[in-house]
Design a protein around this ligand. Structure first.
Ligand code: NAP
Ligand code: MG
Length: 495
């Protein structure tokens, strides 16, 4: 019998009101059921929002440094359970252990950062234009935050949202992806153990079209923080407009790595292998395009093909595995369909290109690391987010040419340039249209204490991470104190 998990609403573990449930399976072995989870609906969301709203009235009054103490405990508890959490995550969504450990570590870093922020949350005092008048502006919590997350960073992304939301004094209704409900459930358990009061965080499992839409449309949810696909992000933006909610959207990417003719090629090779095939290409920051300078093209391609063929596919829990499975059947089908698209468009398939079979791979959603060359900017495989282990290789004659190709996308999340020429590096830093640019490092590697997010259709201008996410989860309230004892009129009495 598969283990049964529940929602956490108003401080109690409960089933979906409908009594329905869904299964979560291991993508490296689909016969293995990780657990069953409630298939919730609008009525469950209503309960959770009601509880979160009531809890907000108390939680907003708890001093932020006291909320910090809970964040520190949270970080300690996660650190103690890091290995267990990483293993659970690999079993649930497939990426290799080294990466799931990193995912948990990002959550720990986010907890400790939040703990520090509770003793800052700086406001401003500003001189008033009038005598005997004091002027200041301070951050205040907003209310109930809806948090909707994807499956590819099952720990890091929920913590990026929930920890700053809660530290700022908001309460939360959390809907994790159906592919990673277990990691999300354990995170909630740990939050309760750390001392977050009941009903401050509620988790409602289930589908995006039921639970997600109910959260976004709920008149008593004040803000929504979403990470996921651009298609769903656009829908959420429209749905949230009905109630004029504040919405933070972190969406898709089509990230590129440029390798110039003066680059350290070994370094650039490690970078692209990690960027393109880490997490089986299922990262918002994955390297999906490689732009090579003509002069090093032949040499670099032969190095790249050679190393790609040596990547070991397998269960992420096993030592020696480089690349795990796709997260589920539909994701692998998407990858397979893009292989067909690439062939039809006239690109040249140089490595991979098929669902992987063989020892230990027959019951998992594995797909070979795949590379297409002769890709032109107009091809779909050069433009669309694939979210799988496919790398499209393009050529460039110069830095300007390479940057033009890199920018030729509706997305703008991460980017990378390998060069030893400081002038080229700074030109790239200025001209690349992306929220994140790496010099001599892969498109992957965001740190918890810096702003994270993208330009163009990767998002709507908000930033997660670091100090910037606190702008999203707080409202600026301006206060004037007039101690002159008389009516003083701004803009009038002094002029
Ligand atoms: P997704 O299909 O957009 O789903 C994301 C979340 O939204 C899931 O929890 C999903 O529920 C829910 N959802 C689906 N439809 C909804 C609706 N109409 N209203 C409200 N919620 C809804 O994305 P995914 O496949 O999980 O993740 C992959 C995508 O995320 C990629 O495009 C990737 O680039 C992007 N991503 C972006 C970042 C970033 O920071 N920019 C980071 C990671 C991933 P279900 O449980 O039903 O799926
Ligand atoms: Mg699963």
């Amino acid at each position: 019998m598969a283990q049964k998990f529940q929602n956490f609403i108003n401080g109690k573990w409960v089933d979906a009101k409908s009594g329905r449930a869904f299964e979560n399976r291991n993508p490296a072995n689909w016969e293995e059921v990780v657990g069953t989870f409630p298939k919730s609906g609008k009525e469950d969301v209503d309960e959770a929002v009601k509880a979160a709203r009531a809890a907000f009235e108390k939680w907003r009054l708890v001093p932020a440094p006291a909320r910090s103490d809970i964040m520190r405990k949270l970080g300690d508890l996660m650190a103690r359970r890091k290995e267990e959490l990483a293993r659970e995550m690999t079993r649930e969504m497939g990426k290799v252990l080294a990466e799931t450990r990193g995912d948990v570590q990002e959550g720990i870093d986010t907890a400790y950062y939040a703990a520090g922020e509770g003793r800052r949350l700086f406001g401003k005092t500003v001189p008033s234009e009038l005598p005997n008048k004091f002027a200041m502006s301070m951050r205040v919590p907003i209310g109930v935050a809806g948090v909707i997350t994807p499956w590819n960073f099952p720990m890091a992304i929920p913590t990026w949202k929930i920890f700053p939301a809660v530290l700022s004094g908001n309460t939360v209704v959390f809907k994790p992806a159906q592919d990673t409900p277990k990691t999300a459930t354990t995170l909630v358990e740990i939050m309760m153990e750390a001392g977050i009061p009941e009903a401050v965080v509620n988790i409602v499992h289930g589908g995006g079209s039921e639970v997600g839409t109910a959260i976004v449309g709920h008149p008593d949810v004040d803000l929504v923080s979403f990470t996921g696909s651009t298609v769903v992000g656009k829908q959420i933006s429209k749905d949230a407009a009905e109630t004029l909610k504040r919405v933070s959207l972190e969406l898709g990417g089509k990230n590129a790595q440029i390798v110039m003719d003066d680059a350290d090629l070994d370094l650039a090779l490690d970078g692209v292998l990690w960027g393109a095939f880490g997490t089986t290409g299922q990262r918002c920051t994955a390297t999906s395009r490689l732009i090579l300078h003509d002069k090093i093209y032949e040499k670099f391609m032969s190095m790249l093909v050679d190393r790609t063929k040596k990547l070991k596919l397998g269960d992420g829990l096993k030592a020696g595995t480089d690349v795990g499975p796709c997260v589920n059947e539909s994701q692998r089908k998407t990858v397979e369909s893009y292989v067909e698209v690439g062939k039809k468009e006239g690109a040249t398939l140089v490595v991979g290109g098929a669902a992987a079979k063989g020892d230990g791979l027959s019951k998992g959603w594995f797909h070979e690391p795949t590379i297409f060359t002769d890709v032109t900017p107009a091809m779909r495989i050069a433009k669309e987010e694939i979210f799988g282990p496919i790398l499209s290789v393009l050529r460039a004659k110069s830095l300007e040419d390479a940057i033009r190709t890199l920018n030729n996308t509706i997305y703008g999340l991460s980017s990378s340039v390998y060069t030893r020429d400081v002038n080229k590096a700074f030109t790239a830093m200025r001209d690349i249209q992306a929220g994140i640019t790496y010099i001599n490092a892969s498109t992957i590697g965001a740190e918890a204490h810096l702003p994270f997010g993208g330009v163009k259709q990767t998002g709507n201008g908000h930033r997660e991470g670091g100090w910037t996410v606190y702008d999203f989860f707080t409202e600026w309230k301006t206060v004037y104190v007039d101690y002159s004892g008389k009516l003083q009129r701004a803009q009038i009495d002094n002029y």
